[in-house]
Design a binder for this molecule. Structure first.
Ligand code: HEM
Ligand SMILES: [Ca+2]
Length: 764
């Protein structure tokens, strides 16, 4: 079992010296790779829309008329086809005729992965409608003898309000907006007053690069650009890419702390939750389809299993040849047009702490204490006896069994809260912070109703959250040089208000972000710092999956919080720990789990994600014409890995290319140029397109903004755990003289009394 180099460095002086030498070599490797091209970060800003197919206005009009006329018949056929595919008995009889293939019993890791992105009822209904629209589209394309690509583009001008999908079209009359509302709606609706569904939960991810589907509509990319005698060659499989690129090499980052990984995952659960598809098993009952060990002609349309090569370095030991994979649910287009598939987002796209508060009013209601503006807390005797404020128990989750009567899994605004212990820990700390602030407000104004106290607290919470995300976290990802350049639109205002709100900016989560650039799994260590010393706490990371029970042990959360700020992340590169590539979600009685690297590649193809070269172009880098051209942003070793598995440079999946790049500006940021470019644009648009952005005029007064500037993750840890000392910038190592570990009383905190004058009825 591999132990952490950095952990040993703390105890053995000779290793400490070796550490510094390695650090020096690591830094110089970037200087040596000085051929690296710098992205002109502001250039891509004016290219945020996918280019439409070139055609004249009259050509387009002819196509739209043709399509519009054919639509009723196409939808009728699509409806019949879907009804037939839901007819399970007839499908099963077909399958048994196809040969008796044993049904592999689902493994716990697979069940857990499916639960991870479980669809809500409303999503399923909407997904069904989107699927119907896709089938109808296919029918129309088959009928027309016009250019398929141009027809697909013309679909975006179709008005489908009169078809069966019409009931899911969104418009402003559905739920009128109050332009003077003081608080965000729980589901993000009405943030944009012109297009109130922008950024709301249950709308599609948006795209900044054109989709890539084999059929132009929805079937995943499987074909290479390379032609063979029999047609197009196939792309390499996801697992083949995973094992060719990553061997799980241990390369701890020299200066960035492990809390960066944990904060990062907590943040991703704020802006995205992509549901998978289910199939109807009985009327009123649905479950994910089984995709492995099922004859291809019997597979559900939502199946896209991952082949595992017979000589796989790990799975071959168990004779495993296939990894389960279910496609994401398609989302209907809010504007009632038709076009290529986009995945659904069940979360609010805004950075608004929806992972704490829930992405809908109903879900929020279940999380509230119902008094004093607080959130519900855990009532287990263990939590009460040790005076630990923990998340409320969730006794019903199936993905995570109860350990005993007093130790259950937890509930939060996001259903992924239990997937690993450190995520549960950070959720717990934010719950405490909410209740600390709501208690303060209630003490000052016990006359105010629960709803006002809750919403005022939520507003302060979201403000400090945005301040920490943009002020502390984003600069570590993309580097100070990019983050501090005002032209990139992500630098916080030093004094006064932000005047950049723009209701033409769509604040939606980009597919490029959710499906590749923000999947920062490379940062994960293969252990968690449960105790102060490494030897005491070593446990392989997979033992922490769906096992949040440490929260009930006095002191465990404090140790973990302190350890996360003390230990380092893995470097961001093409190496991902085998805990995540071989053992993902593995249960105690199972010998293997899933592979996150394969899932990420496969999900990219499922979502019609553009290729690495497409994104280079979007970002203002030249398209690479050969593997050698990648030398501008990658080391020869990283390129060699890509060239071993891909036949052509145009085939490279965005995720695989992105993780192979050298960090921007010689290690100023964690990420390479393509990921940094996507995330810079994404964080810019999340800010510019958010009417409730905390620096916008009308949100807070200048005195309050001054307090929010004092907020830091270090301050939140000090206020809500028993940590006594911490470095002010927690994402970076404590270094004397630069970022020294300080007693908590010296860490600045917001003066909450400044928020009292704006409470309703203040000063009366
Ligand atoms: C620490 C343990 C983590 C585990 C066990 C984990 C596991 C997973 C799994 C199973 C998926 C779904 C894969 C698929 O089928 O498409 C996923 C998606 C994702 N992960 Fe992670 N992840 C972890 C950490 C992180 C971190 C540190 C980040 C970023 C900083 C991250 C970002 C994402 C994003 C953006 C998605 C897409 C989510 C969605 O579309 O709903 N994850 N992760
Ligand atoms: Ca959100």
């Amino acid at each position: 079992m591999r132990s952490s180099f950095l952990q040993q460095r703390q105890t053995r002086p000779e290793l400490r010296m070796a550490g510094w030498i390695l650090l020096l070599l690591w830094k110089t490797s970037f200087i040596l790779a000085s051929k690296q091209r710098q992205i002109d970060f502001f250039r891509f800003t004016n290219k945020t829309q996918a280019p439409d197919m070139e055609m004249s206005a009259s050509q387009r009009a002819t196509m739209v008329t043709f399509l519009q006329k054919g639509m009723p018949d196409a939808f009728k056929e699509a409806e019949d086809e879907m009804a037939a595919s839901n007819d399970v008995p007839s499908r099963q009889s077909l399958c048994s005729r196809a040969g008796d293939i044993p049904q592999q019993k689902s493994m716990m890791s697979v069940i857990r992965a499916n639960r991870f992105n479980w669809p809500k009822e409303k999503s399923l209904e909407m997904g069904g409608s989107a699927r119907m629209s896709e089938i109808a589209m296919g029918k129309m394309l088959d009928k027309g003898d016009m250019d398929r690509n141009q027809m697909t583009a013309a679909m975006s001008s179709i008005d489908a309000r009169q078809t069966p999908i019409g009931r899911f079209c969104l418009n402003r009359d559905q739920r009128p907006c109050d332009p003077n509302a003081k608080y965000r709606e729980m589901d993000g609706w009405c943030n944009n007053l012109r297009l109130p569904f922008w950024g709301a939960a249950l709308t599609p991810h948006i795209r900044v690069t054109p989709p890539r589907y084999d059929d132009g509509i929805s079937s995943p990319r499987t074909q290479s650009v390379v032609m063979t005698n029999g047609g197009r060659a196939l792309l390499p499989g996801a697992r083949q890419i995973s094992t060719t690129l990553s061997r799980g090499e241990d390369r701890p980052h020299p200066t960035v702390t492990l809390i960066t990984m944990q904060f990062g995952q907590f943040l991703d659960h704020d802006f995205v939750n992509t549901p998978i598809s289910l199939v109807q098993t009985k009327p009123g009952e649905a479950s994910p389809p089984q995709c492995c060990n099922v004859a291809p002609n019997c597979r559900d349309a939502a199946c896209f299993p991952i082949d595992i090569p017979a000589n796989d370095r790990f799975y071959s030991k168990f004779g495993v040849k296939c990894m389960e994979f279910v496609r994401s649910l398609p989302a209907p287009r809010p504007d009632c047009t038709m076009g290529p598939r986009d995945p659904m987002n069940q979360n609010t796209h805004f950075i608004d702490l929806s992972q704490v508060y829930g992405p809908s009013a109903d879900e929020n209601k279940n999380l509230r204490a119902g008094e004093r503006g607080g959130l519900r807390i855990n009532t287990s005797p263990l939590a009460i006896d040790f005076r630990m404020m923990l998340l409320p128990a969730d006794k019903d989750t199936l993905d995570c069994q109860r350990l005993d009567e007093s130790r259950s899994c937890f509930k939060s605004g996001d259903n992924r809260v239990n997937i690993q212990t450190a995520l549960t820990a950070i959720h717990t700390i934010f719950l405490r912070e909410h209740n600390r602030i709501s208690d303060f407000l209630w003490n000052a104004r016990p006359d105010l109703p629960d709803e006002i106290l809750f919403q005022e607290t939520r507003k302060i919470m979201a403000a400090q959250w945005q301040a920490i995300v943009w002020g502390e976290f984003v600069p570590v990802l993309v580097g100070d040089r990019i983050a501090m350049d005002d032209r990139n639109g992500i630098r916080l205002v030093a004094d006064g208000f932000f005047n950049g709100y723009n209701d033409n900016v769509n604040p939606g989560t980009w597919v490029e972000t959710s499906t590749a650039a923000y999947r920062l799994h490379s940062l994960i260590q293969d252990w968690l710092p449960l105790k102060r010393t490494f030897n005491e706490s070593f446990k392989p990371f997979h033992e922490f999956f769906f096992t949040p029970y440490y929260m009930y042990e006095p002191g465990a959360l404090d140790n973990l919080a302190e350890g996360l700020c003390h230990e380092n992340v893995q470097s961001f590169d093409n190496q991902i720990t085998t805990e995540m590539t071989d053992h993902l979600f593995q249960a105690v009685d199972e010998p293997f789990g899933l592979d996150i690297f394969s899932l990420n590649i496969q999900r990219g193809r499922d979502h019609g994600l553009a290729t690495y070269n497409d994104v280079r172009e979007f970002c203002g880098l030249p398209r690479a014409r050969s593997f050698k051209d990648l030398e501008d942003v990658m080391t020869p070793r990283a390129i060699a890995s890509l060239a071993r598995v891909y036949t052509h440079v145009d085939d490279i999946d965005f995720y695989a290319g992105g993780i192979s790049e050298n960090p921007v500006n010689r290690g100023d940021g964690l990420l390479g140029p393509a990921f940094a470019c996507i995330l810079t644009g994404q964080f810019r648009d999340w800010r510019l397109g958010d009417r409730f952005w905390y620096e916008n005029p009308g949100q807070f007064d200048l005195a309050q903004l001054g307090e929010i500037k004092k907020a830091s993750l270090a301050g939140i840890f000090c206020s809500n755990t028993n940590i006594k000392q911490i470095q002010p910038r927690v994402f970076l190592d404590a270094v004397d003289g630069v970022n020294p570990r300080l007693p908590c009383q010296n860490i600045p905190r917001m003066d909450l009394s400044k928020f009292l004058p704006s409470l309703p009825g203040a000063g009366k």
